[in-house]
Design a protein around this ligand. Sequence first.
Ligand code: NAG
Ligand code: NAG
Ligand code: NAG
Ligand code: NAG
Length: 613
Amino acid sequence: MTTSKSIQAVAGIGLMAIILPVLLLCSASTSIRGHPINDLIDEGVVLHQNWLAQASISRSLGEATRNYRSRHGRDPPPQFGEWYEYASSRDSLVVDDYDNIHDDLLPFWSLSPNEIKARTWEMLANPWNNIEFVKVRNGNVIYRDGLPISHQWMLNGTADMIRPFVQWLPDMDIPLNLNDEPRVALHHDELQLVLETARQAYAAAGTSSHSSFSDVRDWKPLHDEPLPTSPFVERSWQPTWEEFGSVACPYTAAARKYNVWDVSRLCTSCIEKHTTLGFVSNWTTSADPCHQPDLAHLHGIHISPAAFKATHKLMPVFSQSKVVGYNDIRFPSPWNYVEEAKYAPNSSYPDPPFEEKQNTFFWRGTTSEGFSAFGGGTWQGMTRQRLVWMMNNASSSSDFQTTVLLSKDHNEQDKNRKYYAKTIELSDLREHIGAEINVHFVKDIARCFGRDCDVQYEEFQPQYTPSIDFQENWNYKYLMDVDGAGFSGRFIPFLLSKSLVYKAGIFREWWDGRVHAWRHFVPVDIRLMELPSLLAYFSGWENRKMASNSQGVVEVLEQPHEAEAKRIAEAGREWASKVLRKEDMEIYMFRLLLEWGRLTDDRRDELGWRDDL
Ligand SMILES: *[C@@H]1O[C@H](CO)[C@@H](O)[C@H](O)[C@H]1NC(C)=O
Ligand SMILES: *[C@@H]1O[C@H](CO)[C@@H](O)[C@H](O)[C@H]1NC(C)=O
Ligand SMILES: *[C@@H]1O[C@H](CO)[C@@H](O)[C@H](O)[C@H]1NC(C)=O
Ligand SMILES: *[C@@H]1O[C@H](CO)[C@@H](O)[C@H](O)[C@H]1NC(C)=O
């Protein structure tokens, strides 16, 4: 049995509100294997196997077609045969599970093809919207050149991803979100109505009578004059939780009822649903905003996003990631596709075997998660800042306490007890962890204004940390991936390496569901409350005592679980090299665009791929 209670913890220098849990274990544990992480790792293996068993069944086009029908209740889209050939000739392991595509597109079946095209045009017709097209016309990809370099890569990269299969696509406009942040959030009641209409429209389709897309597609050309209106409102540098981040939740949900939360205390009801003893036990649920009102103050996207133009109207926006509660259509990030951040070890930057790496927990990055202005200290709640503070500057206040869960008490009499919680000063954390901690902001403080820059400079001292070559990451056993303003540019290359990846984040990408927590990476709650315990488990926990007249004595309270760390690192590496390849991004995009092509086709109800048509 366990109880949790929270302690008040506000940084001594008055800069950082941080959340620290105290987990108290009262009475002997019922766990036979000891540490709860052992069980979570076992569950990760099963979760992965179960997923694979339904994701990758079909061995032929006929089977893939039948499986599509039983999964989605209608025929696959036109050109499905070409898609299958494309996927199988590239050894796609995932044949059947493209549920993310289905889920993202479903609401749009509530709109007629003409309405979807009109809304696409409406967004593209006003550059203020930060939505740009990539078009397909007569089997060619068309996109604009001359955008700022910060955006141009997105269009070029998307076009590169589409080009290998563009000959099989009908004419279409694809409206891309140029911002990192998601754009479309329907209110709960409206979304329920939309989904109901959409399901009916989707199911109404009879037996397919046409197997090729219509020739006339009617994508309206843009005017020379920009449209003066916009469906989006601008909310950059402002709180967005109440107006957008939580609106998909029912009115009875905690996210809607408690719209102010004191984040200096741990909200235990916010974590109960997705954690076990503080560890993330359900990665999917951990991103659901509805039971987590405190998220309003714990993430840049909700606190103060850098670029935020959003709408409650169902607009078809293709985004590289979204948080749960938004209705953007996810597609594989062209950043990953063109390998802007690439896993490419060489003789100067090798990726040594796990055992030979430096025993270090490593992170480098910038304060890009959100924008801090007006002296409000909004950065204090952002995940990246909390991470760096927790790992470095706890020394600025020795009043902070945290707990770590350890396997068994050194002096414990009760033999049944397999793990226990130990309270420590946060400032002593680095002293106890068996690995070195090397977690810093680099070079400069980004995305801030005025006093919020000065205070962060003082707190984080980024000027003392030079930026690194991306390939230096492979030197270290433990790599942290933590949300910034949107999709993670580094998660896939990190997974491909021989290092163990920790990940904290609420953004979800095209590969969501394909990669499994505890099997391929170590999930970390967005509150970071269990990070000390995770570090203690994988890297070990020591008491280093300096006796006054002798050598230092090291008392090991937790042996490092390096075998487990290595096993997860290897499983992640192997899996990523099979299902997160550039080919897999093409295959996902190909299938997404066939669905988009059917969804926007005037004859969509009669359209479907059948081998007898
Ligand atoms: C994007 O593509 C255009 C046209 O192919 C090319 O001229 C331009 O140099 C590319 N820009 C980038 C940033 O890759
Ligand atoms: C996570 O929670 C959801 C919703 O309660 C549930 O459907 C799913 O099976 C859970 N997943 C795991 C791995 O426990
Ligand atoms: C290794 O890669 C880095 C870039 O990441 C490059 O600067 C360096 O020249 C490469 N070294 C060798 C030996 O190829
Ligand atoms: C924060 O940590 C950095 C790196 O350890 C240190 O240089 C700096 O002095 C600390 N700042 C404060 C205010 O303690």
